[in-house]
Design a protein around this ligand. Structure first.
Ligand code: ADP
Ligand code: ADP
Length: 232
């Protein structure tokens, strides 16, 4: 249901002599219920891969499967629906709506989809992420770490099959970061979610069951049961 895979994914930015081959034929698989970290040097294509896997960006060639759906064959309407129903995405830059409260940001997508809000699950997420007394605040009234946690809550509240997270702990102090990672790990275990997280932090990566290594737009290795030392 929540398996994710790509085959020979290619993404080129620009054209001519200045073109950048951000993805140069990436074939990678993420099993349902697996928690994977993607690591690699800055510019190696991590964000581009995440965006293409999540259907936020279209690759130039190659295929992406989420469950039984092949993203590159879907039109925009179907792609939007698949993203809404199956995928949660934590953006590096949060992408919160400035005029809405934290609570409304977290629940907006469910409301737009006409889906019922599971208040117990909402409360669990809010408590685990330490957001209970911040729900009425607007993003501008929250610290970077709090905004990051709102972005995580928003991605998880609909219990998506697949969660993509771009540097989810990049703006958090280590204790709050550990809380978010613990929560992701628990959520994977209890809901059977597939989580794919981009990070450059070896400690964050050690929460995953597997690390996939990228360099120059290619997958160059993988490490199972990573420790902070083994991925440095
Ligand atoms: P990473 O996440 O590993 O830092 P990115 O996926 O952000 O890598 O970028 C991979 C390469 O593609 C880099 O050379 C980057 O400069 C380039 N790139 C990424 N996004 C764009 C864009 N929108 N336009 C042009 N080049 C881009
Ligand atoms: P990261 O390296 O962590 O992926 P970046 O700062 O490289 O983050 O990228 C942030 C945003 O800027 C992304 O949406 C990416 O697509 C875009 N971007 C990255 N490199 C370029 C570039 N050379 N030209 C235009 N946009 C870029």
């Amino acid at each position: 249901r929540g398996a994710v895979s790509s085959r020979e994914l290619v993404k080129v930015y620009g054209s001519g002599p200045t073109a950048v081959r951000a993805l140069d034929g990436v074939s990678v698989q993420f099993r349902a219920g697996e928690f994977t970290a993607i690591m690699g040097p800055s510019g190696s294509g991590k964000s581009t891969l995440l965006h293409c896997l999540a259907g936020l960006d279209r690759a130039d060639s190659g295929t992406v499967h989420i469950g039984s759906a092949e993203l590159t064959s879907l039109n925009d309407t179907r792609l939007t629906r698949l993203r809404r129903d199956k995928i949660g995405f934590v953006f590096q830059s949060f992408n919160l709506l400035p005029t809405l409260s934290a609570e409304d940001n977290i629940l907006l997508a469910l409301r737009l989809a006409g889906r019922e809000v599971d208040r117990a699950w909402f409360a669990t997420i809010v408590d685990l992420l330490g957001l209970r007394d911040r729900l009425r605040h607007k993003p501008s009234e929250l610290s970077g770490g709090q905004q990051q946690r709102v972005a995580c809550a928003r991605a998880l509240v609909g219990r998506p099959d697949v969660v993509f997270a771009d540097e989810p702990t990049g703006n958090l102090d280590s204790r709050t970061g550990a809380g978010v990672l613990d929560f992701l790990r628990t959520s994977v275990r209890e809901l059977g979610q597939t989580v794919v997280m981009v990070t450059h932090d070896p400690i964050a990566a050690s929460y995953a069951g597997r690390v996939v290594l990228l360099a120059d737009g290619r997958m160059v290795g993988e490490i199972y049961d990573p420790t902070p030392e083994s991925v440095l």
